[in-house]
Design a protein around this ligand. Sequence first.
Ligand code: ISL
Length: 540
Amino acid sequence: MSKVWQERVVYQIYPRSFQDTDGDGIGDIPGIILHLGDLKNLGVGILWLSPVYASPNDDNGYDISDYRSIQPEFGTMADMDRLIAEARRLDILLVMDLVINHTSDEHEWFRKSRDPHSSYRDYYIWRAGVDDGPPNNWTSFFTEKCWEFDPRSGEYYLHLFSKKQPDLNYRNPAVLNEIEEIMRFWLDKGIYGFRCDVINVIYKASLEDGERKFMLTGSEHYISRSGTHEILRRLRSDVLDHYDCFAVGETVFVTPKMARDLCGPDRRELDMVFSFEHMDTDQYFVKWFRRRFHAGRFGKVITRWQTELDWNANYLENHDQTRSVSRFGSDTAFWKESAKMLAVLLLSLRGTPFIYQGQEIGMTNFDFKTMDQIRDIESHYVYRLFRRLHMPKRICWRMIRLAGRDNARTPMQWNASENAGFSTGTPWLRVNGAAQNINFESQNMDPDSILHFYRQMIALRAQSPVLLNGSFRSIRNSRRLIAFEREWCGEKLTVLLSFSVTSQRVAGAGSVLISTAGRTEYSGVLAPYEGIILRTEMKT
Ligand code: ISL
């Protein structure tokens, strides 16, 4: 029997950019409450909130200074309790972001830890330098060195992300106990689980020098090491097993084999993982060097994960990725067609679908022109790095424009009014000029809109045993077409997805279950960017 988190569709909210209600230009929890009805109408069953905890906001909340309090910009704990209760009333479950690889350097534990004699010293990873330099040659996710010198104690601390995000020390049992208490605190409040941030890097197996690489030197010492598995099993048996909840891990650089070790049927660690391989198919080497999207490459990777894992956490967008319609479809001539076709893809794969805010109305990449419009810390680090390497400004900007995380973080486009109905104040990040044409209100009134199509597709999945439970078999992955079959109890669905700006002949039989082109019969020709699902009953 399938589980609740397998049946439902998850919607990710980036609270900062969702809906501001107090005019400070920053989205807030009352803003989320305001839209619960819209989310219910969409068919969403689970909400994942990017971090809402107290934070100095070096990395927009992924640097937590107090896990038990709410970021004042977002509201109060009373607002949060109200959100949990109102959501429950609508039968929507809430999932929190659990960021436990690191805390903020302003967290009380870290402040105390700066004192070498404090019992908190060992909560973090402190080491003496070597030959007047840092303890090893590792580099951070944000490209710079990942050790910061603390003059007061004469030692360095490790930070895999920014220097305001010191890594916790999971060799210290006290750290695990603290994290377990935090998880219980939130689960006792009635949340339904966690999205666990960079969870497969938490345990550092050694601090030896890493093999030199362009990015992330040292990562072989901490990616999916056995210590991480032990910690995850502890979190499962000590905490998660005692609640009705689930855990999805964000797992960087995982292979299907590593993923099976984290969430396979016989492993009692995570329920699902987010992998990145499909997101890497339009890049050379690292995401900053984008190459032309190729549906065949993309489809092959998706096929591999669908085949090698029993259950995937499927996503095409999140707050770290660029907008899927701009990236895998077309944000010009075939915007509507391709956004709908991508909805068919996401919602007809085997696994739990995750929709990122704005995806359901086909929001596109930002229209910014200069670096000073960018807020994302990663983009600024990377820009500086490439400038230091003497790359021309024009090329550096192009990289940020094509791959920067702010593409997904522009405020939600609710209507065509000033600031797109997101805020009456000055938005913390500029609203995309496309809001005039791409917004929730106009699509809510238009039965042919992307928003309506998402509603239909979500409802279809919820009612279709074959979409929920069926097996997956790839038919074709080519430059212009991704095609696969789902099968369950004598019923077969054939999913045909065009990635082409022209029509194409593709054989397919059966009755039309849904088509982005609104057709009721299929004659063997797919319209540009059409997505269609055909249904056949199989003779036994
Ligand atoms: O953004 C990335 C690639 O597109 C990644 O390098 C990203 O930093 C990585 O996937 C980890 O992401 C998570 O942890 C970070 C935080 O900045 C991200 O927003 C979060 O999703 C540190 O907590």
